[in-house]
Write a protein that binds this ligand. Structure first.
Ligand code: SF4
Ligand code: SF4
Length: 337
């Protein structure tokens, strides 16, 4: 049960100072020429004043685009491990939208459930999420169709909902959230027994995700995938902006007899994603890659990991250079099949 308090927007500067003094760096959404990006900030004055969704998610704090897994050196035919420099710094991510906070459950399912990835685990352990509910949405948002909502608390350690210009409802949800509130208890006042929903965006439910998951195996061989993907150029942007995409490639970079093993984001939209060394590619054409993206998120991950691999943030549709719209394609599948 969340502890509900009130905090003034004008008090956030003081809270940020306390968080910084506590040794945490703060990431928050900043406006960079119309792109809203998570950057390190010292004060709330740097935060973008008005946006629906950040252009990129904060996923790369937990799962960097390219990160060091280990270092090694070779001597003749032997390989020796060396100490890795990859140590996460305590970080607080402020202003995460509820859909993005929810996506952490998808990352956790992949990186913690069947196998504990220590590099990811360390980052999760040292990261605190302060979400901010959505007061606005656009035509690309569909969080309510995949189990979320504009004021969803899942994944946040503390969730702020703006009630009026200077007042936030603060829902303190986890021990990490309690630790943040305890840094400056004088800033958190009683009075949190309020209805936040009227301050949250109204995102209509656009499809039944359970029905979609049930029907997808039956349309595996359907020509719908060809029709939908004809204009997809396989650029991988949809995967790179997705807070819930988890695929990676591993590469070794060497310099003399020393090397670094790197884990870098990959995309099922790329032609080489499944290319075998033999030259055989089980997903030869783009329609098979597009099908994989939808099947993985809405059929395979719910079956295997009990999570939907999409949180309805809409970024893939907003940023696709050829206007592939995931929501439109899902509703088309459900209408026709
Ligand atoms: S962003 Fe669009 S064009 Fe690029 S791979 Fe994704 S669906 Fe295809
Ligand atoms: S698939 Fe698209 S809408 Fe779903 S979480 Fe990823 S970027 Fe957002």
């Amino acid at each position: 049960m969340a502890d509900k308090k009130i905090i003034r927007k004008s008090s956030l500067g003081e809270l940020f100072k306390k968080i910084r003094s506590d040794g945490k760096r703060i990431l928050a959404p900043v406006d960079r020429g119309g792109k809203i990006l998570f950057e390190y900030v010292d004060s709330p004055g740097s935060i973008a004043p008005d946006y629906i969704q950040t252009t990129l998610s904060a996923k790369d704090t937990l799962l960097p685009r390219c990160e060091e897994m280990l270092r090694f050196r070779t001597e003749q035919k032997s390989v020796y491990l060396e100490e890795s420099l990859n140590r996460p710094e305590p970080t607080l991510i402020f202003g995460v939208r509820p859909c993005d906070a929810r996506s952490i459950a998808v990352l956790n399912a992949v990186y913690l459930i069947n196998y504990t990835d220590d590099i990811y685990r360390q980052k999760i352990d040292t990261t605190t999420i302060v979400g901010v509910s959505c007061a606005k949405c656009d035509e690309y948002c569909f969080c309510t169709s995949v189990g979320g909502s504009p004021g969803d608390t899942a994944g946040s350690d503390m969730l702020l909902t703006q009630m009026d210009n200077d007042i936030y409802l603060a829902e303190i949800l986890t021990d990490k959230g309690k630790a943040i509130a305890a840094l400056a208890p004088e800033l958190f006042a009683e009075g949190g027994d309020v209805d936040k929903n009227k301050h949250c965006a109204d995102v209509p439910v656009r499809f039944d995700v359970k029905d979609l998951s049930k029907r997808l195996p039956g349309v595996f061989e359907d020509p719908v995938w060809i029709a939908q993907s004809l204009r997809c150029i396989g650029c991988g942007t949809c995967s790179y902006v997705c807070p819930a995409c988890t695929c990676f490639d591993i590469q070794d970079e060497t310099d003399g007899n020393r090397g670094v093993r790197l884990r870098c984001w990959d995309s099922c939209g790329f032609a080489q994603f499944t290319l075998h060394t033999s030259g055989h590619n089980p997903r030869e054409v783009q329609s098979q890659r597009w099908r994989q993206r939808i099947m993985h998120k809405f059929s395979y991950q719910p079956d295997q990991l009990d999570v939907i691999g999409c949180v309805g943030c809409g970024r893939c549709s907003r940023t696709c250079p050829v206007d592939m719209n995931i929501l439109q394609h899902i509703t088309d599948i459900l209408e026709v099949h």
